[in-house]
Design a protein around this ligand. Structure first.
Ligand SMILES: Cc1ncc(COP(=O)(O)O)c(C=O)c1O
Length: 391
């Protein structure tokens, strides 16, 4: 995509598909929603209770710009316990309006127009527009499907120029479900150190990962701590998408410009919601573990079932809750396939083209929906594909 003005940024296509599916529902169609990336579970009750209690206890007011100290402390403690990483809760943790804000801040507060940011392809839909908004040039590096959607560190090295300032990593990945292997993470870390890059590691699906795959937190890799911004949040693992809460961990020199941008744009995130997030981090994790287990069952089902549909094929996702099948053998583009499935099967998916050049000829299926709905969706897709082959 060429550098363009904010006024001409395209609409976010996942939302376009969602709105279209919702409109069809209003018109009386039954739609199975596999387009939107949000867990179909409600937020666990004890988290909701904590936020309600906070409201009743008068937590109605502005909080510090970076977030309530208790939440920053809980975030810092989790990283200390889990990864032995030290982030000062007073200066190195920022509570954001979702990871979406964290990505935006990292690119916009730390880069200047004309700088380059390396982004994966396929990728989550915000990275590229977030760069273009600030006239930062996004440079894509490929994720290779035949290798479980791993990046190639040599290719990343080849794409670097004197204007390259930042590298975005996303593992587990949306839309592919790929998890970057520890060996490749180490090679990328060495490259980032050698070329003096800021690393932004979007780890929102950190805990939605299926054994034997393992998560590698970028902050633990040699030489990365001082140059890395870790982005994580509550939307997925705690099913808190509507609460709009994420967090950023980074050394003070990187976090401070982000905090300043955040002060003018957001002021601070919702105070009582943050009390719910404190509860999420510091209490019983079993509801989230149960959700993860359920996603794994669905992954196993949908991966096998979709691979059986003529013309569809995909690698087994190791994390997140997306399947990213190629539909190239059907002769249709991802856009044509997603449109066909919505109109003829009543199954909403998202065309792979919207996730980057490498997404062409794919569709993204979010399996954050019940097993019954997933079974029904696969049957409906099979019917449409059979009709298509008979035409
Ligand atoms: C890879 C990735 N990063 C960030 C986000 C944004 O999440 P949040 O709800 O925390 O803004 C999403 C949401 O789908 C995502 O898939």
């Amino acid at each position: 995509m060429a550098l363009i003005s904010v006024k001409r940024l395209p609409k976010q296509q996942i939302r376009v598909m969602f709105d279209r599916a919702k409109q069809m529902e209003k018109e009386g169609r039954n739609i199975i929603h596999l387009e939107i990336g949000r867990p179909d579970f409600d937020t666990p009750e004890h988290i909701v209770e904590a936020a309600v209690e906070a409201l009743r206890a008068g937590k109605h007011h502005y909080c510090p710009n970076a977030g309530i100290p208790e939440l920053r402390q809980a975030v810092s403690q989790r990283y200390a316990e889990e990864y032995q990483l030290n982030y000062d809760p007073a200066t190195e943790v920022l509570i954001t309006n979702g990871v979406a804000e964290g990505v935006f801040l990292a690119i916009n507060a730390l880069l200047d127009p004309g700088d380059q940011v390396l982004i994966p392809d396929p990728r989550w839909v915000n990275y590229e527009p977030d760069a273009l908004i600030n006239f930062v040039e996004p440079i894509s590096y490929s994720l290779y499907e035949d290798n479980g959607y791993q990046p190639d560190p040599d290719e990343i090295a080849e794409k670097l120029t004197p204007r390259s300032r930042m590298l975005i990593l996303a593992s587990p990945s949306n839309p592919t479900g790929g998890v970057i292997s520890p060996e490749i993470m180490e090679k990328i870390a060495a490259l980032a150190v050698q070329k003096d890059l800021i690393v932004v590691s979007d780890e929102i699906y950190e805990k939605i990962i299926y054994p034997p795959a393992q998560h590698t937190c970028a902050g633990v890799l040699e030489g990365l701590h001082e140059r890395t911004i870790i982005l994580n949040g509550f939307s997925k693992y705690y099913s808190m998408t509507g609460w709009r809460l994420g967090f950023t961990l980074a050394p003070q020199k990187l976090l401070e410009p982000m905090l300043r941008y955040h002060q003018y744009m957001i002021t601070s995130t919702n105070t009582f919601a943050q009390w719910g997030a404190v509860k999420a981090l510091t209490s019983d994790q079993s509801p989230s573990i149960a959700m993860r287990d359920e996603f794994q069952k669905r992954r196993d089902f949908v991966y096998k079932a979709v691979n059986r549909i003529p013309g569809f094929c995909c690698t087994r996702p190791a994390g997140a809750f997306y399947l990213f099948p190629s539909v190239q053998q059907t002769g249709l583009s991802g856009i044509q396939m997603a449109t066909l499935l919505l109109e003829k099967a009543g199954v909403a998916t998202v065309a792979g083209e919207y996730f980057g050049y490498k997404g062409a000829g794919h569709i993204r299926i979010s399996y954050a929906n019940s097993l019954d709905n997933l079974k029904m969706a696969v049957e409906k897709i099979e019917e449409v594909m059979t009709d298509l082959s008979l035409e």
